[in-house]
Design a protein around this ligand. Structure first.
Ligand code: G3P
Length: 218
């Protein structure tokens, strides 16, 4: 399973990259706004900065919601760097645009996915990645991880190449559950990645090892 970081914060991206486990980055308009990035020129510059930090895929989301607008904006984003993946919302014009991008060798990430039906359509249109939003489904008391299981089963039966990118990951348990459920990729905040490291028995065991070493070498 690939690890992407879900942020536009350059320090967090560098920290995850330096761990040696980072395969890519996903962003969205909310994450860009959180970093205070606004205006088209600044947004494009920020994507270039992210692409200089990581070799892996960087999802850059379009703001347009009409077909022509998505195509124009997506081409501009894709031209920034070879590792840019154009993130397109799951709407009617988005599906048409994903088909266009797929036919023109521009890779896509279909975002805001909340159902297996949407997942089938995105795969048919040729999406490179599919982003089901696990946390937001859990937020409304449905089962986000069950959607990953359903999509993984359908994609395996149908032989679709689209990679399942579990998004809206909120904690470390989500990462483990996504791995068990057949996600190809997880995208998560740095805190969820670092949370995987922590276990109280590791801390207790290490303290004991160091203490025993200290006593034996006193
Ligand atoms: O990037 C899309 C997704 O990961 C958003 O997560 O936490 O805002 O639901 P969240």
């Amino acid at each position: 399973m690939k690890f992407f970081i879900d942020t536009a914060n350059l320090a967090d991206i560098r920290e995850a990259r330096d761990l040696g486990i980072l395969d890519g980055v996903t962003t969205n308009p909310s994450l860009m706004a959180k970093e205070g990035i606004s205006g088209e020129a600044n947004i494009l510059k920020h994507y270039e900065a992210i692409c200089q930090i990581v070799d892996g895929d960087v999802s850059a989301e379009v703001i347009a919601t009409d077909y022509e607008g998505i195509i124009t904006e997506g081409k501009r984003l894709a031209a920034l760097a070879p590792n840019i993946v154009v993130k397109v919302p799951m709407i009617k014009d988005g599906i048409k645009a994903i088909r266009y991008f797929s036919d023109h060798d521009i890779r896509t990430n279909c975002t805001l996915v909340f159902s297996a039906g949407q997942a089938i359509l995105a795969a048919k249109a040729g999406a490179t990645y599919l982003s089901p939003f696990i946390g937001r489904i859990d937020d409304v008391n449905w089962d986000g991880m069950d959607l990953i299981l359903q999509i993984a089963e359908i994609y395996a039966i149908q032989g679709y190449d689209t990679e399942i990118l579990a998004a809206s990951i909120r904690n470390s348990k989500h990462i483990v559950d996504a791995a068990r459920s057949g996600a190809d990729v997880v995208t998560c905040p740095l805190s969820a990645i670092l949370g995987l490291i922590k276990h109280p028995l590791t801390d207790i065991g290490l303290a004991q090892f160091l203490n025993d070493h200290k006593k034996a070498n006193a």
